[in-house]
Design a protein. Sequence first.
Length: 303
Amino acid sequence: MSITTKQFQLLTDIGLVWDFLVDVYDRENCRGMAAPFFEHAITASWMDSSYSYLDRFWFDGDKIVAFVYYEAPLTDIYFNVRKGYEYLADELVEYAVKHMPDFGGEQQLILFDGQEYLKEAAVKHGFKMVYEFNDHIFDFSNELNYELPSGYHFVEPADIDILKLSKLCWYGFGHGEKSGFADWDKQDDSLEWTPAKSHKDVVGSFLAPSPHSTPELNIVIADSNEEYVCFSGMWWVPENHLAYMEPLCTSPEHRRKGLAASALTKHYRRMKALGATHMTGGEDPFYEKIGYGKGLHWTFWKK
């Protein structure tokens, strides 16, 4: 059967992407990023989705066998490929080079261990690796056991205040100086957050959750004044036994007190009971310090 292609359509194809990425997920032999990676980005306020029509599917009959797409920045190109269709590598890379965003020569291909066939195709097209790093994954055969510090408490999911959570994320991700929240309602024009330039955009990303997100599993920690100080999001992908943690932030003046470790411990206990076998983290050495092991090996390729 001949291979056909289809361009991604934002309003109709999120489900197609999710189902494909879930179907091809392979923790041991990477087939590309996990399903929440794409959906978290495509619906986020910080993501420029105006070029998403360039994302492309490859089909074998009615079965998706490959997907080429960008995230943020939009010159970072990713590939998910079904096992048995590695022979498409040259075609996939050629499409990325000719049609995916490449502003000022900034395009780079993001490839992982397990995608050697794509690395070989990248070399043929004049790319070379310019950077690499490992992120971290927590294997649930181990145990996380960090208790919540005195003076803090978990907020029940049904009681989470979206505006307070958005304030936390605004400052927790480095937007503005946090000396109380006096500047929260007057910073629309004086603080720059690309592409969003207002806390209203942060609020919007929480008020319009993604189709497959599981916000009921999110964790929020508050202090004794009911100020939100730590947030850890959770995407539950039962088909992959995957607890996909995204995002994680702590208010600047409450860092280094063990709040993030206690939030991840709560995730671990809850998600293991649901059937998860592993949980994602990030590149920061913090994850390794609390017991995470090696996750994906990211490699960045440029011409």
